[in-house]
Design a protein around this ligand. Structure first.
Ligand code: PRT
Ligand code: ZN
Length: 210
């Protein structure tokens, strides 16, 4: 039996469940259950908050997980990635108020930036030779400039309408992300074999979708 952690409820949930089903794996899921067992594959599915998934897989509480690369890399476990899954594509971007002066990332020197991704952003700014004050907030990052909390923000963007609706202009892409399958690095032989079977089926599903 191999144990897979997926997001309980959020943007990754439906696509994660659909992918498992399209792999030919049957299971019953209910809103109240935090785990379920597949009926035709030795798989147990855990339903967790996405932020907890990388740590659980790193520690071996779960063998496998499905999570966004943004959360995986921010958590510091990029090595756990085994397969890109092609859904939940988005980018982590810097944005400034529409009227603010901005010519390049150097314009952010000495500024206050609100983000939920201090690790990824910090590394990016260091690489660009820019020093800024990062303010870590866990949600509603887009309102930070309008309430005087920050000069700029760095947050997940997909359509761009949230930025637009908050009077912000996207100026730099810091990181591109999609959902990935992750795996614990010390799986026993039996679990490694199950992982290979799952990857094979996931790759076939992706090819069939194209
Ligand atoms: O409760 P839990 O902690 O499990 O979920 P969560 O609220 O932390 O995450 P959730 O469900 O919002 O997102 C899960 C993953 O989906 C993220 O980690 C990304 O990998 C991916 N993803 C894809 C997105 C988006 N698109 C996205 N648009 N995550 C968040 N957003 C948000 C963004 O933060 C911003 O507020 O949507 C808004 C921007 O969207 P646009 O379309 O207006 O640009
Ligand atoms: Zn989360």
């Amino acid at each position: 039996m191999i144990r897979l952690a997926i997001q309980k409820s959020g943007r990754l949930s439906e696509d994660s469940l659909n992918l498992i089903r399209e792999c030919g794996i049957s299971f019953v899921s209910s809103t109240y259950k935090l785990k379920t067992e597949a009926t035709n594959f030795p798989l147990e599915i855990l339903f967790l908050r996405d932020d907890d998934i990388p740590g659980y897989v790193q520690d071996g509480v779960a063998d496998l997980g499905i999570v966004g690369q943004n959360v995986l890399v921010e958590a510091g476990f990029p090595k756990l990635e085994v397969e890109a899954l092609g859904f939940s594509k988005c980018r982590l971007s810097l944005a400034v108020p529409r009227g603010a002066e901005y010519s390049s990332v150097a314009s952010l020197q000495g500024k206050n930036i609100a983000t939920s991704y201090p690790e990824i952003l910090g590394r990016y700014l260091t690489g660009e030779g820019v020093q800024a004050q990062l303010h870590t907030i866990s949600g509603s990052v887009e309102i930070a400039p309008s309430i005087g909390l920050a000069d700029a923000i760095c947050d997940i963007v997909s359509s761009g309408s949230t930025l637009l609706g908050n009077g912000l202009r996207e100026v730099e892409t810091v990181f591109r992300s999609e959902a990935v399958l992750i795996a614990n690095q010390n799986l026993n032989t039996e679990k490694q074999h199950l992982l290979e079977q799952l990857r094979f089926r996931m790759q076939a599903v992706r090819r069939a979708r194209r």
